[in-house]
Design a protein around this ligand. Sequence first.
Ligand SMILES: *Cc1c(COP(=O)(O)O)cnc(C)c1O
Length: 388
Amino acid sequence: MEADLSYILNHLGEEREKYYRAVSPPIFQTSNFCFPTVEEFRAHLQDETQGHIYSRGKNPTSDILCAKLAALDGQEEAIVFGSGIASIVTPIIALLQSGDHIVSVRNVYSWTTKLFTQLLPRYGVTCTFVDGRDTAEFEKAIRPETKLIYLESPNTFTFELQDIEAVGKLARSRGITTLIDNSWAGPLLQQPAKYGIDLVAQSASKYLGGHSDIVGGVLTGPHRLMKKIFTEEYLNLGPAMSPYNAWLLLRGLRTLPLRMEHSSKSVMKVAEFLAQHPKVERVIHPHHPSHPQHDLAKRLISAPGGLFAFVLKEAGIEQIENFCNSLKRFLMAVSWGGHESLIIPVCATIKKEEFNPSEEKHRYIRMYVGLEETEVLIEDLSAALERL
Ligand SMILES: *Cc1c(COP(=O)(O)O)cnc(C)c1O
């Protein structure tokens, strides 16, 4: 049968005849698997990709999930991790060694920045950050020892995009591996493999899980890279996802298209409401016509993601805090991609005395639009803006 979206989410990877034809697959809550003969045991130990030995590697609940996640990304294979950041760190440790160099887009996820600036340099791997809006910047930064080009498009703070198709082409012509953090768009809105990107990582804690109840990560890619990552570093570092979380993630995936569709539609109404409001300076969303890379966003990303930022007009730290404190329908919290709408002002991430009102980024307020009725969210925002 054709691997359309409904087939992937409802049938692919599910071998119901093996578990009493249960519609929802069991949670294989087991650490190890046993063998009837030494010969079979030995055969499995030779190649852990071929069967189940121990749940630090493969587990049948996770296998169902991995089949779906690989298909969603249009990739050969998927591996799941206990966190999104593990799905980024593990392939980098697997593919690079001391002396190697990374060219990364700037303003990546905070823990990825720490990885590139603090952890990897201790092991002799260095990184150059570039303004990814211009593909030529990647080209200029490439050195003979460059082994990886790292992308995040858009990033989840300043929402800058890269032309991942052009960067993918450049990387292939130089024999450099590409890895993208695709968390903002997820597999339904942007399929980087289609544009020539090798490895796609994302935080499953966001849209894929979708219910703010698990932390997890996914990596997809071609067999030639994934086999090494799995059989060497994944098994050695031990970042596996638990069978229970794999099951919750499967449960979340069933409704991914519906959740994305709602969030996509709702976010543009909320963003437009804010853009039109006299107390709002500007909104920063790739799919808003005011975004400088709007055309690129429309070309590469099929629909708007639910996460964006905006800036209040002439607002000092007190006004930003009062505005956020008075919202009743947005929870103030990190993360995003769940059922609940969220807000996080950048001024909460720095010390109060470091706040500089002339630094526009300090005044950014990041917002995620979840599954509530759009009107309820807009009313709440409207009331909070009135009180300013
Ligand atoms: C949340 C997030 C991560 C990290 O994922 P965890 O599941 O929290 O480890 C990485 N990149 C982006 C863009 C994120 O939003």
